[in-house]
Structures are given as C-alpha cells and as structure tokens.
Design a protein. Structure first.
Ligand code: HEC
Length: 205
C-alpha cells in the first residue's frame, strides 16, 4: 500500500471512530437528561397561588404497601374502608435507601382503593385463592409533601386531599389545616411518615 492510500485509510478510520464516540456521548447525555427530567417531573409542582398539582405518573412510582382498615373491623364505618395504596417517587426512594431519611421534595401518595363488595356480613368475598378482601375501584387520593420552607408550621410536611371518590380526582389542592391531617402524623408517625409500614419494601435486598 502506498503512503497516500494508507493515510486516507487512517483518516477514514479516525472519522468513523469519532462519529461512533460522539453518537455514544449524545446517547448517554440524552439518557441523563431523561433521568433528570423524570426526577424533575416527580418533584412537587405548584400553581401560582401555591396549590399542589396532582402528579400525573404516580402509578409508575415505587409501591410501598397497602394498609387496610375494612368496615367490618371498624363498627361498620371506617373513615377509610379502602386499601391505602402508598407510592413514593423513585428519587425519594433512592435517597431514603442511601440515607435512611426522606429528602426535601418527597411526595408520599396514598391512593384509596375500594374493597370488592362481598356477600358475607363482614363484606368479604370468596375467590379461588380463598375468602377475604379483594381490590375494586380507585376511590381517592391523599398526599404529603416534604418542604421545610413552605410547611414550617407542620414539621416541614404539608398535607393535601384530592378527593375521596372515584376518579377523576381534583387536579389541584390547597394545603389542609394542621387540625385536619398534620396533628395525627405529628403525634403518631416517625418524622411525619408511617415509615414502619413500608420498611419491608424499603429495606428489601
Ligand atoms: C387520625 C390520624 C390521621 C389523620 C387525621 C390523617 N392521617 Fe394520614 N395516615 C395515618 C396513618 C396511621 C397512616 C399510615 C397507615 C394507613 O394508611 O392507615 C397514614 C398515612 C398517610 C399517607 C401515606 C404516607 C405516610 O405518611 O405514611 C399520606 C400521604 C397521608 N396519610 C396523608 C394524610 C392527609 C392528606 C390527611 C388529611 C386529609 C391525613 N393523612 C390525616 C393517620 C392519619
């Protein structure tokens, strides 16, 4: 091979390598932007007048568990007879796993889900897996948001209700008064969240 041919080949090879590397870099960059965008979307979004906007994609978040307080065990009138399905945004879940505490911007979202109405006196029904309670329609959303500046008066956590009924839910909600929600979380939860119920999933290998 003569020298000119060889240097042309080296040039072509260099160009190809550069193209491949720069394509790789832009894929990595766009993946990083995607991750950042997703994290930003999962942070609390507020209206101009300080109402919380209902997060859109929470069924893609980390599912932490479902406390259940059925009517049959509460004299026929539980305040929340549904499953309380609790979700947290992935960035807050990752931070909790690393540090053992919930970061600023954590949204805890509890979606209520009705128990299928059964024929038995305790409201239970029988399915092929046995007698018990089985999930039915979605029925409401409660949210807590960790923001030490906005919610100084309630240990840095604000509370919101987006309706206790079937969807569609309210799109925005104003913070609830201390006497509605925060007082009970102050008195009974660990740093405002009932983390003990979510430990089995939070500490899973
Ligand atoms: C009388 C006590 C009490 C009151 C009042 C109360 N909560 Fe809770 N909340 C709990 C308990 C206990 C849990 C965890 C177990 C469960 O869901 O039953 C919980 C769980 C939650 C969760 C899931 C994350 C967590 O902290 O464990 C959210 C979100 C929540 N509550 C929001 C609200 C909102 C919003 C209000 C007011 C509209 C409210 N709570 C009022 C006792 C209370």
């Amino acid at each position: 091979m003569n020298n000119r041919k060889m240097s042309r080949q080296i040039l072509t090879l260099t160009v190809v390598v550069l193209l491949v590397v720069s394509a790789g870099v832009s894929i990595v960059k766009s993946a990083a932007a995607e991750t950042q965008g997703a994290a930003a979307r999962d942070l609390p979004q507020w209206t101009a007048d300080g109402q919380l906007i209902l997060p859109k994609n929470f069924h893609h978040w980390i599912y932490l568990g479902s406390p259940l307080t059925p009517n049959a065990l509460n004299g026929g009138k539980a305040n929340f007879p549904e499953y309380h399905n609790v979700y947290v945004a992935p960035h807050a879940y990752d931070a909790y796993r690393k540090t053992g505490s919930w970061p600023e911007g954590t949204i805890m979202l509890k979606e209520l889900q009705l128990v299928q109405a059964g024929k038995a006196a305790d409201g239970s029904s029988i399915e092929s897996s046995g007698r018990g309670y089985f999930p039915a329609g979605r029925n409401g959303i409660d949210i807590s948001v960790r923001d030490s500046k906005r919610f100084k008066d309630t240990n840095g956590v604000g509370f919101f209700n987006f309706g206790h009924h079937a969807p569609p839910y309210e799109k925005t909600a104003a913070a609830q008064g201390k006497d509605k929600c925060a007082f009970c979380h102050v008195a009974n939860a660990s740093n405002m969240v009932f983390t003990k119920f979510y430990k089995p999933i939070l500490s899973a290998e």
